[in-house]
Design a protein around this ligand. Structure first.
Ligand code: HEC
Length: 177
């Protein structure tokens, strides 16, 4: 009984302290002031676990047809490249100013970040889910509210191919007819 009382008092104290910190306004919300390592780690774990869980049952269609690459490429160039860059480009105002920073999807190393490299299905499921639903409190919008699944899969198909493209090939694949 005594232990329960102590634990409850501690829990209440934690809640009161957390509320006091939030209401006092001392938590830095500015995008040009990075999170502490601990806060960043917690947010990253929450994002990774949430996306893995939510995307686990998504059925991945056949990817990589010429039609998909062409329509996905043009959409990517119009809607995504300002934040996620393209072959030969290493930064933009968005990658410099946004926090968290949008990853450079034109680089092969971006794929290795999540620890599931080699598993093409998991990679495609997570990418599709992220593009469709977006990520809260980051610059990543939910494109599924305005674009159907076919267009999103076409972009997944293109993004998987992009790290192999030269600057010229990128220009050809992303041109609108
Ligand atoms: C205004 C900037 C912005 C635009 C435009 C944008 N994104 Fe993002 N995107 C982000 C940010 C920021 C993140 C990282 C969020 C995080 O780390 O929590 C992200 C994350 C992602 C991820 C997950 C990558 C990973 O490895 O974690 C994918 C895939 C993605 N975006 C695809 C797209 C596609 C496709 C489009 C265009 C239809 C697009 N994004 C448009 C800002 C943007």
């Amino acid at each position: 009984m005594k232990t329960i009382k102590i634990l409850l008092t501690l829990a209440v104290l934690c809640l009161v302290t957390a509320s006091a910190v939030i209401y006092s306004g001392i938590f830095p919300i500015a995008a040009d002031e990075p999170h502490s390592k601990f806060t960043y780690w917690i947010l990253e774990q929450a994002r990774e676990r949430s996306i893995s869980r939510a995307s686990a049952d998504i059925k991945v269609p056949e990817l990589g047809s010429a039609d998909m690459l062409l329509s996905g490429g043009a959409d990517y160039n119009d809607m995504c490249s300002s934040c996620h860059l393209k072959p030969g480009q290493s930064e933009s105002d968005m990658t410099i100013g946004l926090y968290p920073k949008p990853p450079n999807l034109s680089l092969a190393e971006h794929k290795e970040k999540h620890g599931e490299e080699g598993d093409e299905t998991i990679e495609a499921q997570k990418m599709f889910w992220t593009i469709k639903h977006g990520i809260k409190a980051s610059g990543m919008p939910a494109w599924g509210l305005t674009h159907d699944d076919g267009r999103i899969w076409a972009m997944v198909s293109f993004i998987k191919k992009m790290p192999e493209l030269t600057e010229d090939q990128y220009q050809v694949l992303t041109a609108r007819e």
